[in-house]
Ligand binder design. Structure first.
Ligand code: HEC
Ligand code: HEC
Ligand code: HEC
Length: 137
């Protein structure tokens, strides 16, 4: 080995600099990361901007919306109380089912079988519908 690559009294300042540099490298990289990292993508489609609030507070909606829907269903199917919350009504504000409900459910491995009976379209289906309507009958 050449003498200059061995740690000696004379070159230990250089060695120390190299080591400190290596140790700090990840820190420096993580500080600079925002310079090249892409903007994070918004995960859930925001609700229609004309509305500021959901049916209940966001905390409740995030974790308990299924209870609300099941109560609403029981009201209609068991007690005949129509005119309350409906599944299709969620779509008045959360317009595209796939960009809101489905995105979250897919991530959480929840699968629903509501859409064969209940009218709540995905972005693609909405577009298709508009094309047909624009087709002039
Ligand atoms: C086999 C068809 C069918 C399936 C599948 C189904 N429903 Fe329904 N649901 C109905 C019918 C019919 C009514 C009564 C509608 C009425 O009388 O207005 C209803 C009513 C409801 C209501 C109250 C009124 C409304 O229009 O939203 C809710 C809430 C509801 N269902 C939620 C669900 C959920 C959540 C799922 C999936 C987990 C689901 N349903 C799956 C047929 C179905
Ligand atoms: C009148 C408009 C409106 C209706 C109808 C509506 N929502 Fe919302 N929803 C909102 C708004 C606005 C927010 C955002 C609230 C906030 O962040 O303060 C929201 C938030 C949510 C969230 C929380 C999302 C998150 O950030 O974690 C869930 C879940 C949700 N809604 C589910 C539903 C379901 C299920 C229905 C139908 C039963 C429904 N919403 C009906 C307007 C609505
Ligand atoms: C913030 C994430 C998130 C959003 C947004 C969301 N859900 Fe959910 N949803 C969940 C999770 C997680 C579960 C399962 C909870 C459990 O099993 O305890 C669930 C369960 C459900 C269930 C009950 C399923 C069953 O078989 O018991 C229904 C119905 C439902 N969601 C409807 C909706 C509808 C309609 C929307 C859109 C308007 C929506 N959810 C948006 C996370 C979400």
């Amino acid at each position: 080995m050449k003498r200059s690559t061995v740690l000696t009294e004379k070159n230990r300042g250089t060695w120390a600099t190299v080591f400190v540099g290596l140790i700090l490298l990840p820190v420096v990289l993580s500080i600079l990361k925002p310079l090249w990292a892409a903007e994070p993508e918004v995960f859930l489609e925001p609700a229609d901007e004309r509305w500021e609030a959901c049916l209940k507070d966001p905390e409740y909606m995030r974790y308990r919306h299924m209870d609300l829907l099941k109560e609403a269903r029981a009201d209609v199917l068991r007690d005949g109380l129509k005119g309350g919350i409906t599944l299709a009504g969620c779509g008045d504000c959360h317009q595209n089912r796939d960009l809101f409900c489905d995105r979250c459910h897919v991530k959480a491995s929840v699968s629903l079988d509501c859409w064969g009976c209940h009218y709540y379209l995905t972005a693609g289906e909405l577009e298709e519908l508009e094309q047909h309507e624009g087709g002039g009958q």
